[in-house]
Design a protein around this ligand. Structure first.
Ligand SMILES: *Cc1c(COP(=O)(O)O)cnc(C)c1O
Length: 482
């Protein structure tokens, strides 16, 4: 496809206005004026509309197709949440409007949303308070680890290490390292969960805390969770819950009840809001009572007269981690979503997310090899079967063949503890018909691996790009080749 610049025709115009009958005055100094007009594409309005419509058709999204990208929770997002987030009273709110006096009433609704979402998340997670500021899951992790560091510094604890299981999302060790901690990786056992004995032998006085994703990236809930939190607390460590994929347990179980001290939630995964292409996101962080003082500024407080205000005067706070209200629209959509579903609806989210994942796990076991063949939570992980591997067909070939068949590939080659991983997260919003179509397609691909592996190696044949060098594509982006 040609770039819009390549479609440019000299002097072609999209908009024609009548000749101005008022004199032109330019008050810009000569030095600042360009010698020649900017080199922008010159096109008719129809050229522009067709160009962008064609591009939009190449976009892949949940609104058009199934998107079982493991760990990313690419689920359908109700349009009502988008509509409410677009209300002018919210969308046009300037972040610098005063909170009270003059114009202050204009901000009260938005501050109320932040305040009430904090209360809802406390109820959902059993935490004592939240910051709504972090703008992604990884940003929430960093915030949480900085709170952990502030807690230890305040107590005079000498801590150097954060424990993280080997199945963790890559952002966990990155966040701990940025906060200045040494990361010690704890191995998983043959059941696919963090090994309890290995954890216990890694615990010493240097341990600041543990970062745990539960259910983990294999979709497995760690049944020793209480014992794990107790062990961490025995050295005054803090237990950090990576709640990016809270849809696995939302409404059913609460990290605070397991013994966790810090939780981040990806509102852009569990609570509506599409997050394709890396954003937008919101990763609120909740903490227990003893950590409340360390939360970042600002915090929305409710005054005695019922009005809301942003509070900045918090001497032990870790400080600013984001400006103004955080990623407000994402929080607002999550608020709409949570109120719309209510407690019963949120419980159904967890039930259906797990049911759908287990349906796929059962149906694909045989044609594919499950990483662990036990009941999972919200996602399941496979490898291609030995027969497929013997035919030279790899996880990447399955992923590419799915593109030709109208499905987004699952997450591949992650978690790293599974060889040739295909990590499938169907989410709670998909129908049985869609799951069946995906399962049939996966089985068809497995069969083709034996009869005609070369066809799979050639996939995708329907996409504008076949198999780019992914590293080069990231480091040396050249969209013109599309
Ligand atoms: C997605 C995810 C993250 C990171 O969230 P981002 O918003 O992408 O920064 C962290 N942990 C887990 C388990 C995740 O699935």
């Amino acid at each position: 496809m040609k770039l819009i610049f390549e479609k440019s025709v000299p002097n072609r115009r999209a908009v024609h206005t009548s000749q101005s009958d008022v004199p032109t005055t330019i008050n810009i100094k000569e030095d600042f004026l360009q010698d020649s007009p900017a080199d922008l594409p010159e096109l008719s309005e129809l050229d522009v509309v067709r160009h962008f419509t064609e591009l939009s058709r190449r976009n892949f999204g949940v609104d058009s197709n199934f998107y079982p990208l493991g760990s990313c929770t690419m689920k359908y997002n109700p349009k009502v949440a988008e509509r409410i987030a677009a209300y002018p009273g919210f969308a046009h709110l300037h972040p610098l409007l005063p909170q009270l006096r003059m114009g202050g009433m204009l901000t009260q609704g938005a501050l109320g949303v932040l305040y009430e979402m904090d209360l809802l998340l406390r109820e959902i997670t059993a935490m004592a308070g939240f910051t709504m500021q972090p703008m992604a899951g990884a940003h929430g992790e960093l915030t949480g680890i900085m709170i952990m560091a502030a807690y230890h510094a305040d107590k005079g604890n000498k801590k150097t290490t954060v424990l993280i299981p080997d199945s963790a999302h890559g952002t966990n060790p990155a966040s701990a390292a940025i906060a200045g901690y040494k990361v010690v990786s704890v191995p998983s056992n043959d059941k696919g969960i963090m090994d309890l004995d290995a954890l216990k032998s890694s615990i010493n006085d240097e341990v600041a805390g543990l970062m745990l994703t539960c259910p983990n990236t294999l979709g497995l809930f760690n049944s020793h969770i209480k014992e794990i939190c107790d062990a961490i607390h025995s050295v005054d460590g803090l237990a950090y819950y990576d709640g990016a994929n809270l849809n696995a347990i939302v409404g059913k179980a609460r990290p605070g009840d397991f013994g966790f001290d810090i939780v981040h939630i990806n509102l852009h995964k569990t609570f509506a809001t599409p997050h394709g292409g890396g954003g937008p996101g919101a990763g609120p962080v909740g903490v227990t009572q003893k950590l409340l003082d360390f939360l970042p500024v600002s915090i929305v407080v409710k005054r005695n007269d019922g009005t809301y205000a942003l509070e900045y005067d918090r001497p032990k706070s870790i400080g600013y981690i984001a400006p103004f209200y955080g990623n407000f629209a994402v929080i607002l959509k999550a608020y709409v979503y949570t109120l719309m579903l209510g407690k019963a609806g949120l419980e159904r989210v967890a039930e259906n997310a797990c049911l759908n994942a287990n349906y796929i796990r059962k149906k694909l076991t045989g044609p594919y090899t499950p990483a662990v063949n036990t009941v999972c939570k919200h996602e399941c992980v496979f490898s291609p079967s030995q027969k497929m591997l013997d035919s030279g067909v790899h996880a990447i070939d399955v992923a590419k063949a799915l593109i030709d068949r109208g499905f987004h590939p699952p997450t591949v080659y992650f978690p790293a503890i599974v060889k040739e991983a295909l990590m499938i997260e169907p989410t709670e919003t998909e129908s049985k018909e869609t799951l069946d179509a995906f399962i049939d397609t996966m089985i068809e691909i497995a069969a083709l691996a034996e009869t005609d592996p070369d066809r799979l190696k050639a996939a995708p044949v329907t996409a504008p790009v076949n198999r780019p060098d992914e590293t080069a594509a990231a480091k040396n982006l050249n969209v013109a080749c599309l």
